[in-house]
Structures are given as structure tokens and as C-alpha cells.
Write a protein that binds this ligand. Structure first.
Ligand code: LMR
Length: 395
């Protein structure tokens, strides 16, 4: 059976951590995966999460199965977090299932689209998260791309993006990032969201939004602007969200897939198709992460604590964007890196070539994805000078 298998390269993001762990340089720095780290380089368990877990340990009475949709309370709370007090909720047009992480939500979304339209394509931004193409093609979709980031000018390539989206057939889907675009850090402005939403309504393609970083850009409400606007403008859409980053629940694998139908009755039919898709994939989602999130969101006190802890993570990343640009200048770098402070969330491209990326790794034990994407969330005051010096050396 297995003799015909060909060895595959390591995952471009996850493979870096394996190399990083094996590196004995005491100054080593892993700017690869999008994982929040505090100033001490730790990815802490949030205080609100610890409190919610304690509460669950004390109050949980059974580990019996829930069902394919997952916890109803989590689904309700996460839908409200994502959409706010939106009319699609009042109109009973949203159906949400808990999923194993945001990746699970994307896979379920992909399979739902394939079930509706065999042969459909999903259009993803160029560039996009390295795993998007794999997830959607594994779900049976064709994957196409539209221009998004202008590497030369370090900004959105919006005119070309719109020109490409105008060609997307009504039966296809278009993936957008809600905020904190991974990997570029460049987000659509409110006016640009409006143009994209209006085009979707006119052209008829399905908008699928990946919201993996709600709260890491400008704030919980601000980062949900795009999805809420699209939900206001079109009849149907899909929102895939993740609690990995904003609740720091990476390994618990908890996210959600919310599908909006054109009416409550249409949403019920969608739900009846969604549940068997879950059933044949993993039967039911894991419950622990959902239990933590629903406990936090169901308590005013824990929600306030979470907001404060999330704001701290967001502000630290923003401060590190500023500090990196300052320290690059201080180390004599004349190239303009100020674009880093105009971008959002965990990531930016340094904009160096693959040879320079490799030199950073080989000579300085600074690990980043080959595209030159860096995770700002791994930068801290006591490693920023080493990083700035290393970048200065390879430029
Ligand atoms: C990333 O882009 O680094 C994160 O989303 C982690 C991952 O799974 O790739």
C-alpha cells in the first residue's frame, strides 16, 4: 500500500518550528508561526481562560456526546461576538456549527460549497495563508487567486483586485480575510469593503470570510466591520472564525462556521446539509475549547477580563511594530520599513528576498517563512536589537 508514496516537504510554517527547536543558538528567534508571545517569549494561558477552566472542572457533570453542531451556547455566543447585534441574527438566518479550529471551519465551508456546486472554484487573495489552498482543494474545490498585495509599494493592489473579482462567475466563491490579513497585514478600508460587498451582491459570487484574528487589529468591533457589512449587503455568506488567537486557545482547536441563508427556512435547509458534512468528517467537534469560550462570554466579569487581556496582546503587537521600525533605523538601515507600522495584526512581509531569508536563518538563527513573512507577535524589547542587527546585516 505505502510503497508508492513519495516523501513530502515539511509544512512551510509548522516545519520552521521543528528546525527552530533543534537550533542551539541562544539568540535564536522564531518569527514563523502566528502565535502570540509575551515579552518573556511565552504564550500564556489567559487569566480568563484559567478561571473558566476551573469553573468547568468544578461544574461539569458529564462527558457525554453533544452533537455535530457542538454546544448550542457556544454557537450562540460566538455568532453574537462575530456579528454583533446584526439583523441576520434577528431574522434567524444564521446557522453556526463549532469546528475544530478555524481550519475545521474552512474545511466544512469548502465541503458545503462543493456540495452545492460541484466544480466550483474559490478565489483566494494573492498572497494568502499558506494552508488555504490545501484546505479548499482537499474539500474538492478548485482554487484560483486574485491580486491583493502590491509588494513593490507595500500596499493593497485594490484596483487589480476589483478588476479580477469582476470576472468571478456567480457560481464561485471568494475568500476574504476579515482583518489582520495573513500574511501581509494589509486590510481593506471600510470604503473598500463596501465596494467588494456591492460587487458580490451584483455579481452573485458567494463571499466566504476567514476571521482568525478578531480583536488583534483595531478591536473586536472594528475587526468585524467587513463581515457585518457583507452580511448587510448580500443574501448569503459564510463566516469562518477562530478562537485560537483571540482566546489564546491554539491547541484546543475551537472555531466556528456560520452560514447565512437568504431566509430562516433556507438557513434550516443549509443546516440540515451542514450537519452530515460534519458527521462524516469528525462526527462532532471537540468540546473543551467551546466550554471555555462560552463560560467567558456568558459571564460579564470574565468577558471584561478577556477584553482587557486581548487589548494587552493587541497593544503589545502594535508597540513592537513601532519598536522594530525604530530599531532598524537605529542600526543604520536606510531602507524604508515604515509600512510595518501601517499594517495590522500579527504579520507583515519584510520584503527581503529568499536568499536573505535563508541567511537570517543560517547565520543568525532568525526563522521566518520563505515569503519573508514575520510574526510581529514574537518580537520583544530584549530581542528586537538582535533582530534589527541581523536584518541590517543581510540587507
Ligand atoms: C500562521 O499562519 O502562522 C498560523 O495561522 C498558524 C498556522 O497554523 O499556520
Amino acid at each position: 500500500m505505502f510503497s508508492s508514496l513519495q516523501a513530502q516537504p515539511a509544512d512551510p510554517i509548522l516545519g520552521l518550528t521543528v528546525q527552530f527547536k533543534a537550533d542551539s543558538n541562544p539568540h535564536k528567534l522564531n518569527l514563523g508561526p502566528g502565535i502570540y508571545q509575551d515579552e518573556a517569549g511565552l504564550t500564556p494561558v489567559l487569566g480568563c481562560v484559567k478561571a473558566a477552566e476551573q469553573h468547568r472542572v468544578d461544574s461539569e457533570t458529564t462527558k457525554a456526546y453533544i452533537n455535530s453542531a457542538g454546544s448550542a451556547l457556544f454557537n450562540k455566543k460566538i455568532t453574537a461576538l462575530n456579528f454583533g447585534d446584526h439583523r441576520v441574527i434577528h431574522e434567524n438566518r444564521v446557522r453556526t456549527v463549532s469546528t475544530p479550529g478555524g481550519t475545521g471551519a474552512l474545511r466544512i465551508a469548502g465541503e458545503l460549497i462543493r456540495t452545492c456546486r460541484a466544480g466550483a472554484a474559490i478565489w483566494v487573495s494573492n498572497p494568502t495563508w499558506a494552508n488555504h489552498a490545501g484546505v479548499f482543494s482537499a474539500a474538492g474545490l478548485q482554487v484560483r487567486s486574485y491580486p491583493y498585495y502590491d509588494h513593490d509599494n507595500k500596499c493593497l493592489d485594490f484596483d487589480n483586485m476589483m478588476a479580477a473579482l469582476q470576472q468571478v462567475p456567480a457560481d464561485d466563491a471568494v475568500l476574504l480575510h476579515a482583518s489582520c490579513h495573513n500574511p501581509s497585514g494589509m486590510d481593506l478600508s471600510p470604503a473598500q469593503w463596501r465596494q467588494v460587498a456591492e460587487l458580490a451582491a451584483k455579481a452573485g459570487f458567494l463571499v466566504v470570510i476567514d476571521m482568525a484574528y478578531q480583536g488583534f487589529g483595531a478591536g473586536l468591533e472594528e475587526d468585524a466591520y467587513g463581515p457585518r457589512l457583507v452580511a448587510d449587503t448580500v443574501d448569503e455568506m459564510i463566516l469562518c472564525s477562530s478562537c485560537s488567537k483571540n482566546f489564546g486557545l491554539y491547541r484546543e482547536r475551537i472555531g466556528a462556521c456560520s452560514v447565512i441563508g437568504s431566509s430562516a427556512a433556507a438557513a434550516d435547509i443549509i443546516n440540515s446539509v451542514l450537519l452530515p458534512i460534519v458527521r462524516v468528517n469528525y462526527s462532532m467537534p471537540p468540546a473543551h475549547g467551546a466550554a471555555i469560550v462560552e463560560t467567558i462570554l456568558d459571564s460579564a466579569e470574565l468577558t471584561a477580563q478577556w477584553h482587557a487581556e486581548l487589548a494587552q496582546m493587541r497593544q503589545r503587537i502594535g508597540a513592537m511594530r513601532q519598536l522594530l521600525v525604530q530599531r532598524l533605523l537605529a542600526h543604520g538601515v536606510t531602507r524604508d520599513f515604515s509600512f510595518i507600522t501601517a499594517q495590522n495584526g500579527m504579520f507583515s512581509f519584510l520584503g527581503i528576498d529568499s536568499e536573505q531569508v535563508q541567511r537570517l536563518q543560517d547565520e543568525f538563527s532568525v526563522y521566518l517563512v520563505g515569503s519573508s513573512r514575520i510574526s510581529i507577535a514574537a518580537i520583544a524589547p530584549d530581542n528586537v536589537d538582535y533582530l534589527a542587527q541581523s536584518i541590517a546585516s543581510v540587507l
